[in-house]
Design a protein. Structure first.
Length: 320
């Protein structure tokens, strides 16, 4: 292990991550992202992706993941990027180290366009396993993205009578009975009189709030006098990001500096969601240095290492 670069925002090590990890202090890291070896048996220009059998691969990863768990702060998260070769094996190993309850999600990333395979389904995605140190206390910044036109047409399938605004409606009551309080009672609307609450339901909000919605014209009434809240498309422009991501790998030789390099957009999404400005982000399989690049752009501190000197040279350029 050799210290390669150190400044206020970045520390880089050249060497095996198993030599680096034990020398780092407990509980200081807010986010770890690692695009690990997938064990594809492939020989790339920049590295060889072969850890032996799946069992041998698991035992190679075990001490590394134990150390990474130790490094995480109590509000810390870890994302392990892999694919079908080891996904299920690493999930079991990480459940053992972190605890089953600390597994938060598996992200499916479409990594390539459709492939033709005459004897199998085309393999077009890889996997990102998302774990946290404490399932009740971890950094999470709501991850949203703008709705696209097809979303608006599908979700907001109504148009105002003047043709000016797209909208949809949602119920104002929900399943379940409220024994005490006004949400379990019929509502006396100022515009439509007494509105009977259906059996087995309760109002989703108070009568006062519904009066306010009604007076502001944000309730649509059916022929049977059933109220529904109006949601306008132009007031709900963003949608929550789900766990299937269409963020394909980089294509075009001019854009690739390292084999299997991941797109900036992918790291930007993860780092924004699971860390804050000034936090410490780590990548112990550094490769192209994209994690460092995005960390710097988002004002996060970074610690990384790689056994390949090319990875260090590429990453250093981001801090020059």
């Amino acid at each position: 292990m050799q210290l390669y670069l150190k400044n206020n925002m970045c520390v880089l090590y050249h060497g095996d991550n198993l030599d680096v990890l034990p020398k780092m202090p407990n509980g200081k890291v807010n986010l770890i992202y690692c695009d690990v070896l997938y064990n594809t048996k492939s020989k790339f220009n920049d590295y060889i992706d072969d850890l032996g059998t799946p069992k041998e691969a698991v035992e190679w990863y075990r001490p590394r993941f134990v150390e990474m768990h130790r490094l995480l702060a109590e509000n810390g998260s870890m994302y392990i990027h892999c694919d079908w070769h080891l996904n299920s094996y690493l999930r079991v190993l990480l459940d053992e180290i972190f605890g089953y309850e600390c597994f938060k999600n598996e992200i499916i990333r479409q990594s390539t366009n459709a492939k033709n395979n005459s004897k199998n389904w085309g393999k077009v995605y890889d996997n990102i396993l998302f774990y946290v140190k404490d399932p009740e206390n971890y950094i999470w910044n709501e991850a949203k993205e703008p709705k696209i036109e097809s979303d608006l047409l599908t979700q907001y399938n109504k148009v105002t009578s003047d043709g000016g605004r797209r909208y949809t409606t949602i119920p104002l009551h929900a399943k379940g009975v409220t024994k005490n309080g006004e949400t379990g009672k019929d509502w006396n609307s100022k515009s439509h009189g007494l509105v009977k609450l259906p059996d087995g339901r309760h109002w989703a909000t108070s009568h006062v709030v519904m009066d306010d919605l009604d007076s502001n014209g944000v309730i649509e009434w059916s022929k049977n006098n059933v109220p529904r809240k109006i949601l306008y498309a132009d007031e709900y422009g963003d949608k929550h990001i789900q766990n299937i991501w269409d963020l394909k790998s980089i294509s075009g030789e001019s854009n690739i500096s390292y084999d299997t390099q991941k797109p900036v957009e992918l790291l930007d999404r993860i780092i924004r969601a699971s860390s804050n400005e000034g936090d410490l982000v780590c990548d112990f399989f550094m490769g192209s240095g994209v994690t460092a690049l995005v960390s710097k752009s988002l004002n996060r501190r970074f610690v990384g290492c790689d056994i390949n000197i090319k990875a260090l040279e590429l990453t250093k350029k981001h801090y020059e």
